[in-house]
Ligand binder design. Structure first.
Ligand code: GLU
Length: 537
């Protein structure tokens, strides 16, 4: 094989929104392709029309794009699926439903080679056979033991086979599983695997009824035609691996057979078992990259709509089941491309930790510039009725009466609060008092701190700040304010809590000097007035 070009594919079936486990599979394929200077292909496996869900394909494309996982083939830069073969895309189309004409002759080639056969059993006949087997305490399997007693081209006279092929339309082509043969396989993550064919059934490869291949045939034929070098997919496909090996052998394609890597499952945060949408609903985290609304109108939350940055989501996903071999946790997509390797992908399932997902977002939020965060915060402010004016070059201004603030003011606010936020909308919760005076005062806090012996001192402290002529920054006013209160032997905590109550409506939140220096003297005075009118002077 030697110089084979790396070509990997992500091959989802559009049966619903892409689960985060699916995104991880796409990501690992993408990282592997890019690290090897190869191609990442998006193939849509939509041959099962019963399970087709409208909108799912668009969802998959959009989700990958949001994550920055851009296919080299399958989807153009503008997001359209490439439908016809061209010099740039000789392997197109990439949707299996548009390749339906390809598969039948491959299935028939296997019949000619004696590796497959025509099966004419109707659904009722198979149902009856199942009933008989179950009555005897067993299960019905179409395999080396039963195929000789069923209606197929192995048991029927040739003329009858030809008649049924010509006159009926519900026959199938089944793989003739070799008898009692040891299949030896190698998996890049799991190592050597051996399975005896006696445990395997004669899978349907092609169906006359809809003239479509099943997953197994379409998948092998397309991986071959698309010159796939490695198949990296979820471990739910591991049981299909012996059949896939045998199909490559039956076609005589062993020399170009891809290498396989089966990824472990994502597990729920507590207990064991696969991470499901129900776990997300129960514990309050998304399991899908983007929001999804199903045909019944039920909506599932998405990482994007929950406020996650795509780079945080991607970084978190990459670390779910892979590690770089040291304790680094933060990786850009390019760094992941450089560091990724299949031999560091773990065999065991990876437990998903929703807190870690938040941690990643918090870290990425801190890495963003104040300008970028301010820009992202603007729509949140607008939704709260706050107007944002000017650009980063304009002077800082704030008008609490008209609720109008300059972009540079917003930038100062995010700079002040970014260590406390996990998501952009958190800025509103944290910094609301920097945009509007409190509407009301926390009753418990007011009862505790707004007491006659304290609030007159708080007024005097506020007056001191309003008359302060030094640098009006948190650092500039911090020490003088403390000194002012201390030298008068006033109770520091009580005075400060009164001030905080006036500024924020409660006794917790941002630092007093931070707030005062940001909102300015006029607004400080206005808030002292306001609290006095509300709670008494
Ligand atoms: N269509 C299959 C799926 O949805 C692809 C499996 C594979 O990658 O071979 O998971």
């Amino acid at each position: 094989m030697g110089q084979r070009r790396t070509r990997v594919r992500f091959a989802p079936s559009p049966t619903g929104p892409l689960h985060m486990g699916g995104v991880r599979t796409a990501l690992y394929n993408y990282l592997y392709a890019k690290q090897h200077g190869g191609d990442f292909i998006l193939r849509i496996e939509d041959t099962d029309s019963h399970r087709f869900v409208p909108g799912a394909e668009e969802y998959i494309i959009e989700a990958l794009r949001w994550c920055g996982i851009v296919p080299d083939e399958g989807v153009d830069a503008d997001g359209k699926v490439v439908e016809t073969a061209s010099a740039r895309h000789p392997h197109a189309p990439y949707r299996q439903s548009q390749r339906r004409g390809i598969y039948r002759r491959y299935a028939e080639e296997l019949v000619e080679k004696g590796c497959a056969y025509y099966a004419f059993d109707t659904a009722q006949e198979l149902e009856a056979a199942r009933g008989v087997a179950e009555a005897g305490g067993g299960t019905f399997i179409y395999n080396q033991l039963s195929r000789g007693k069923l209606r197929n081209s192995l048991t029927l006279p040739e003329a009858e086979t030809q008649r049924l092929l010509a006159e009926t339309t519900d026959w199938t082509i089944r793989f003739k599983m070799p008898e009692d043969t040891l299949v030896e396989m190698d998996d890049l993550i799991r190592g050597h695997i051996e399975v005896n064919t006696a445990t395997l059934d004669d899978k349907v490869l092609w169906k006359r009824a809809d003239e479509l291949p099943t997953y197994h045939l379409a998948n092998i034929v397309d991986d071959h035609l698309m010159e796939i070098s490695e198949v990296i997919r979820g471990e739910e496909w591991l049981p299909s691996l012996p059949l896939h090996y045998l199909l490559y052998k039956a076609f005589g394609w062993e020399d170009t057979m891809p290498r396989f890597a089966h990824l472990s499952l994502l597990l729920k945060p507590v207990g064991n078992g696969k991470l499901s949408k129900r776990d997300g609903d129960k514990m309050g985290f998304p399991v899908f990259p983007l929001r999804w609304t199903n045909a019944e109108g039920e909506t599932s939350r998405g990482y994007r709509e929950d406020g996650y940055f795509p780079e945080a989501f991607v970084n978190m996903l990459a670390m779910l089941g892979w590690n770089p071999g040291d304790d680094r946790e933060m990786f850009t997509l390019d760094e992941l491309i450089a560091a990724f390797s299949l031999d560091k992908v773990q065999k065991a399932g990876a437990k998903f930790n929703p807190e870690k997902a938040k941690w990643y977002n918090k870290e990425y939020l801190r890495l963003k510039s104040d300008e970028e965060l301010a820009t992202l915060f603007v729509p949140v402010l607008k939704a709260q009725g706050i107007e944002v004016t000017g650009c980063f070059e304009s002077p800082v201004c704030c008008n609490f009466e008209t609720k109008s603030f300059s972009l540079n003011y917003v930038k100062n606010v995010v700079a002040l609060t970014k260590m406390r936020a996990t998501f952009v909308p958190d800025f509103w919760e944290i910094a609301r008092c920097l945009f509007e005076a409190p509407e009301s005062y926390n009753e418990k806090d007011a009862a505790k701190f707004w007491k006659e012996e304290n609030y007159s001192l708080a007024y005097q402290a506020a007056d001191f700040l309003c008359a302060f002529e030094g640098e009006f920054t948190p650092e500039g006013i911090g020490a003088p304010l403390e000194e002012y209160i201390r030298s008068r032997e006033w109770p520091m905590g009580k005075v400060m809590n009164c001030l905080r109550l006036a500024l924020t409506g409660a006794s917790s939140g941002l630092g007093i000097t931070d707030i005062v220096a940001t909102i300015g003297k006029d607004e400080l005075r206005a808030r002292m007035e306001k609290i006095g009118n509300a709670l008494g002077k």
